[in-house]
Design a protein around this ligand. Sequence first.
Ligand code: EPU
Length: 311
Amino acid sequence: MEPGAKSKQPPARNKKDWARILQGVRGTVSYGASLQSYTSFRIGGPAEVLIEPADVEDLRRVMAQARAENIPTFVVGGTNLLIRDGGISGIVVSLKKFKAIRQEPGHVLYAEGGVGMPTLIGYAVRRSLTGLEWGAGIPGTVAGCVVMNAGTRLGEMKDSVKAVRLLDLRGRMRDIPAADIPFSYRRAHLPRGIVVGVWLQLKPGEHGRVEKTVKEYLQYRKDTQPLTLPSAGCVFKNPPHDSAGRLVEAAGLKGVRVGDAQVSEKHANFVVNVGHARAGDVVTLIKKVRAAVKKQSGITLELELKVVGQA
Ligand code: EPU
């Protein structure tokens, strides 16, 4: 910011304040770190403070101390997320260290929130467990996929979730059975808090078949989606009985660019980062796309992408 410019933000906390606020935190703490590498879009401003808690107890401490000081917290999950160029004030939490997976009796897997979907699917395939094949190629974390009830035409997260372990805003650890979680299209209606782990109810499958389904599905995605360029997955929700990709293509928008943000040539419901796209470019491009689709088809596309942070 220019010297003398007025900030709308509350007065910045200095390192001494943070040292007091974060007293006892054992995880990794960084100040002003870019969030680009925490999103599959490779776009985003800095976090005022970025914390990778060491474990659940550490996370509980971070959340309790943030709450006591009235500091906003945000959990960065990876896909379907656009962080604006001004970044995020307060505490950004990454569950990068929450990586454990274990098998429990009855073909159940427990995965900590930071486990990547590809890792989880690989784990299930090695154990010949079926139920997660629909997610092949989804790059997000398990927690992120639960919160948004990620899905494809083969299935969705809600089909496999048995229970969710959530740290609520009061610092209570709650194990919530799937029956108590209303799921809707691309959303799990959970109490406010952080998903730290998920139980998935899978079924015994035939190894060759599970592996083949995952491979075929990955191939379908590779053939139809721009998986080699940074993106946030699908930008818009599919309107009832139609496909956002089809509508965007029909409006003649494939390949349209604002800065380094481009409507994918391969799948029109993806915006890809072809270089050093800024969040502002993506937002401008999305506005253009929505307006053009509305004009062409009369349909208002709804965002699947979650946009956070300051412009
Ligand atoms: N289509 C076009 N032009 C395009 C893209 C698609 O005409 O540029 C047409 C296709 O030809 C097809 C129809 O639209 O007839 C559906 O396309 P596709 O099979 O690619 O599926 P989608 O509805 O566009 C959904 C999910 C994807 C998921 C795929 C594959 C949503 C919003 N999208 O896409 O999920 O990977 O199915 O199962 O539900 C995501 O959520 O981030 C995501 C990418």
